[in-house]
Design a protein around this ligand. Structure first.
Ligand SMILES: [Ca+2]
Length: 121
């Protein structure tokens, strides 16, 4: 697969880097993506060896939504508290909202600060 570039076509944020053209995996780094929105990332002129088209991917962004249901509320706070002190794994990585490799009070505080926010998914 090859592509010529990437951009955010809807939503607040920007692409800082796009790599992987010529491989089987594209990695798109983003900057300034606001919480509480769904963005659309456009991968330009994707060629699979036969066809060439732009490819879009939608992604919802909501800081603190550890339960992934589109709102931040007491269930997210409870999940963060329950996960505090646990090792990061595939089953609980969403609870590490500060993305520092541990689940602790900093994650609980961030989730609490976002309680009441939501995003349309
Ligand atoms: Ca939630």
């Amino acid at each position: 697969m090859s592509f010529t570039g990437a951009s955010i076509s809807t939503g607040i944020g920007s692409v800082s880097n796009a790599v992987g053209s010529g491989t089987t995996q594209a990695t798109i780094d983003l900057n300034g993506v606001a919480s509480g929105q769904t963005i659309t990332i456009n991968l330009a002129a994707v060629n699979d060896g036969v066809n060439t088209n732009d490819v879009t991917v939608r992604m919802a962004v909501l800081i603190g939504d550890t339960t992934a249901n589109g709102t931040v509320n007491s269930s997210d706070i409870a999940q963060s508290k329950a996960g505090s002190g646990q090792a990061i794994a595939a089953s609980n990585f969403r609870t590490d909202v500060t993305v520092n490799g541990t689940i602790n009070s900093s994650d609980i505080s961030l989730v609490k600060s976002k309680s009441g926010t939501g995003a349309s998914l």
